[in-house]
Write a protein that binds this ligand. Structure first.
Ligand code: SF4
Length: 604
C-alpha cells in the first residue's frame, strides 16, 4: 500500500501441506513476516485474507474466508471468519488469498480479477456505510462482483470494527476492520469467471456430497438452524443458564420469550438465506414494515447478536434488535463487543462509577433507543462513543479496580454469549483460546450438551459441570477447530471428521486421515500460541473475568456454579506440552514439525 503496487506470489505447497490453508496458512505468513513488536495499527501489521482448499468446490458449507492480523483490540493473534460468497469469488478469480502490507497515503480499494489486482482511488467511497459501499462498487464494476468493505467504524479506527461482505455477513471479531482502515483500504472487490473449483476426483466427490447432504440435514441442531436461524437455540440455551442476562448478573429474565428464533420468524422473517452451496441456509432475511425500527429487507441477526444487544442489556424488543444489527453491519462494528461494552457501561452507572447522564443520554437498562444511539456514537467516536470504541479492557483500565473486576473479557476480547458457568469446558476454552474469549475456537459446549465425536476419540457423554474430562476434550476440540478454520468449513454443518478427511482427500487427490488432520490442527494451534507468546501472553493471561470465577448466579439453569479454572488448567498445559508459563515446550514443537519455530529461525 505504501508504493501503490501489487505482485503475485505462488502458493507455497510445502506450507499448504503443513498448515492446510485458511487461518493456518495465514498464521505461518504472519509468524514469519509481521514484526512482533509493533502496534497493530502500524502499517507493518500484515492483513491476510485467506480461503482454504475446499473453498469454491462443491463441498457443502465451505464458502467462507478468514482475515488474520495482530488485533488492535487485544494486541495478540486475530482471526475472523465470514460466510457468504466473497471467498469463493476470490478463488474463481484465481487467487487463494490476499496479503495487504503498508499504508496508502490516500483512501483506496482493491479490484481483483483474473488478470490481477488494481489499486484504485476510493475517495468517492470513503465515508459510506458498508451497504452503500457495496452498492456503489457494483454500479461501477458490475452487479455480479463481490465486495468486502469497512464502514465508518473501520475508517474511525474503532477497536472492534469489522469487515462486511454480501450486505451483512461479517468478519466480526478482533477489530480487523480497524486494521483495514489504518491502511486506508476501504474495500476489496472481486470477480472471477469460473463457477466452481474442480476437485481432483470430481465425480467421486459429487456422489459423496449427495449422501453427505442427508447426514448434514438430519443433525438436530442443523434442523433448528434451518428453521429458525442460529437464534433458534435461544430458548434451549436459556434453560441451561447459558444466555448471559444483564451483563452476566442474572440467570432468569421474562424477556427471553420475546427474542427467540421462533418470535423472529413470526414477526420479521421474510425468508432464509444461504451461503455458497450450503444446504442449511441459517441466514435470515428480515423486514420491519413500520414503527420506530422500520427497516427494509436485509440480513437479520444471529444468536450472538440477539443475546448481546438483547438479553445482556435487558432489551426484549426483537424489532429494535433487528435494527441494531443492521446499524452495526452498516457502520461495521462487531455486535458482540458492542453489546458487552454497552452493558458494561450500564453496570458502571449502577455502581456510580460513571455518570448516568452522558451526552444528553440517560444510561439505563432495557432502553432500545439508547442502544441504537450508542451504536452510532461508537462508529463515529462521538462523545461517550469514543470511550466505548476502545472495548471493555481499555475502558475498565481507566476506571479503577472495581471496573476491572466487572469487565467481561479474556485477553482483551469480550466474552461471547455463552456463560461458562453453564458449561465449564467453555471456561477453559475461553481462557486458552488464541484470540481471547471465543466460543467458536472449540465449541466445547456442543460436547457438554451430549454430542459425541468418536472420530476424534470423544466416545463418552461429557457432563457440563464435570471438570475431570474437560482438559482433554477442550484440547481435542480446539485442535479440530483449527483444522476446520484452515480448510475452511462452516462449523454449523457438523460434518463428521471422517467425512471431512474423505472430502479433502478427494479434493487434493491423495488419501488423508483424521489423525493426520488432527496433528496439523495441533501444529497450527501451537503456532498461533507462539505468536501470542511473542506478543507477551503468559499463563497469567489464561484466565477468566472475576465474575465467572467467583460470583455464582442466584437463579436459572446454572445457579450456584462458578468456573473452577485452576482445577482444569494445569492438566490442560500438561496435555498440550506447555510449561507452567503456558509456553509450548521445545520438544513438543519439534514433535509437531516446528523445529525451526523452536529454534526461532523462521523456518519449519
Ligand atoms: S450454516 Fe449458515 S453460516 Fe454456515 S455456511 Fe450455511 S448459511 Fe452460511
Amino acid at each position: 500500500m505504501n508504493s501503490g503496487s501489487t505482485s503475485i506470489e505462488p502458493l507455497n505447497g510445502e506450507v499448504a501441506e503443513k498448515f492446510i490453508g485458511g487461518s493456518g496458512y495465514a498464521a505461518w505468513i504472519i509468524y514469519r513476516e509481521t514484526p512482533m513488536d509493533i502496534d497493530p495499527l502500524d502499517p507493518s501489521n500484515k492483513l491476510v485474507f485467506m480461503t482454504g482448499p475446499l473453498t469454491g468446490t462443491i463441498t457443502p458449507s465451505a464458502g467462507r474466508y478468514v482475515v488474520c492480523a495482530l488485533s488492535p483490540l487485544t494486541g495478540i493473534w486475530a482471526e475472523s471468519h465470514a460466510a457468504g460468497y466473497w471467498g469463493p469469488e476470490l478463488k474463481f478469480a484465481g487467487f487463494d488469498g490476499v496479503i495487504v502490507e503498508g499504508r496508502s497515503e490516500k483512501s483506496v480499494y482493491l479490484w481483483i480479477h483474473e488478470s490481477g489486482c488494481e489499486i484504485r482511488d476510493a475517495k468517492h467511497l470513503w465515508g459510506l456505510d458498508t451497504y452503500s459501499c457495496e452498492d456503489a462498487l457494483k454500479k461501477e464494476l458490475g452487479l455480479d462482483i463481490r465486495v468486502a468493505s469497512i464502514g465508518p467504524a473501520g475508517e474511525n479506527l474503532v477497536k472492534y470494527a469489522n469487515i462486511i461482505n454480501d450486505r451483512g455477513r461479517a468478519a466480526g471479531r478482533c477489530g480487523l476492520g480497524a486494521v483495514m482502515g489504518s491502511k486506508n483500504l476501504k474495500a476489496i472487490a472481486v470477480k472471477g469467471s469460473v463457477k466452481l473449483i474442480p476437485a481432483a476426483e470430481e465425480d467421486k466427490l459429487a456422489s459423496y456430497v449427495k449422501k453427505l447432504y442427508v447426514t448434514i440435514r438430519s443433525h438436530p441442531t442443523v434442523q433448528i438452524y434451518s428453521s429458525y436461524g442460529t437464534d433458534g437455540i435461544m430458548s434451549m440455551m436459556y434453560e441451561y443458564g447459558d444466555v448471559p442476562i444483564k451483563h452476566f448478573t442474572e440467570g432468569v429474565w421474562s424477556g427471553i420469550e420475546n427474542i427467540s428464533g421462533e418470535v423472529m420468524a413470526k414477526k420479521v422473517l421474510k425468508r432464509n438465506w444461504a451461503c455458497f452451496r450450503c444446504p442449511i441456509a441459517c441466514g435470515r432475511i428480515v423486514e420491519v414494515k413500520d414503527g420506530s425500527y422500520k427497516m427494509e429487507e436485509g440480513m437479520g441477526p444471529e444468536y450472538e447478536t440477539v443475546a448481546s444487544l438483547g438479553a445482556l442489556c435487558l432489551n426484549d424488543d426483537i424489532e429494535a434488535i433487528v435494527k441494531a444489527n443492521e446499524l452495526c453491519n452498516k457502520y461495521g462494528v462487531d455486535t458482540i463487543t458492542t453489546g458487552v461494552s454497552i452493558a458494561f457501561l450500564m453496570e458502571c452507572c449502577d455502581r456510580g462509577l460513571i455518570s448516568r447522564e452522558v451526552n444528553g443520554l440517560r444510561i439505563e437498562w432495557g432502553n432500545p433507543n439508547l442502544i441504537l444511539k450508542l451504536i452510532r456514537k461508537i462508529a463515529f467516536r462521538e462523545g461517550i462513543g469514543a470511550f466505548l470504541a476502545e472495548g471493555v479492557r481499555k475502558m475498565s483500565e481507566t476506571m479503577g479496580e472495581e471496573a476491572k473486576q466487572i469487565a467481561m473479557h479474556v485477553k482483551g476480547l469480550e466474552v461471547p454469549m455463552h456463560d461458562p458457568r453453564a458449561f465449564k469446558g467453555m471456561g477453559l476454552q475461553y481462557a486458552t483460546s488464541h484470540r481471547g474469549a471465543c466460543h467458536l475456537r472449540g465449541e466445547v459446549f456442543i460436547i457438554e450438551q451430549g454430542e459425541r465425536i468418536p472420530d476424534l476419540g470423544i466416545h463418552e457423554r461429557v457432563y457440563r459441570f464435570d471438570l475431570e474430562t474437560k482438559p482433554r476434550v477442550v484440547k481435542i476440540m480446539q485442535d479440530w477447530h483449527d483444522v476446520l478454520d484452515s480448510l475452511i468449513l462452516c462449523k454449523f454443518a457438523f460434518i463428521p471428521p471422517a467425512a471431512v478427511a474423505a472430502i479433502l482427500s478427494m479434493v487434493v487427490g491423495r488419501h488423508i486421515t483424521v489423525k493426520e488432520l488432527t496433528e496439523v490442527g495441533e501444529r497450527i494451534y501451537n503456532l498461533k500460541r507462539i505468536i501470542d507468546v511473542k506478543r507477551g501472553v503468559t499463563a497469567k493471561d489464561d484466565s477468566l473475568p472475576y465474575r465467572l470465577l467467583k460470583e455464582p448466579l442466584k437463579n436459572g439453569g446454572a445457579a450456584g456454579q462458578v468456573v473452577e479454572l485452576e482445577k482444569m488448567l494445569s492438566k490442560y498445559y500438561e496435555l498440550r506440552g506447555w510449561d507452567g508459563d503456558g509456553v509450548p515446550s521445545r520438544e513438543r514443537l519439534i514433535q509437531l514439525g516446528l523445529k525451526g519455530v523452536a529454534e526461532e529461525d523462521l523456518e519449519f
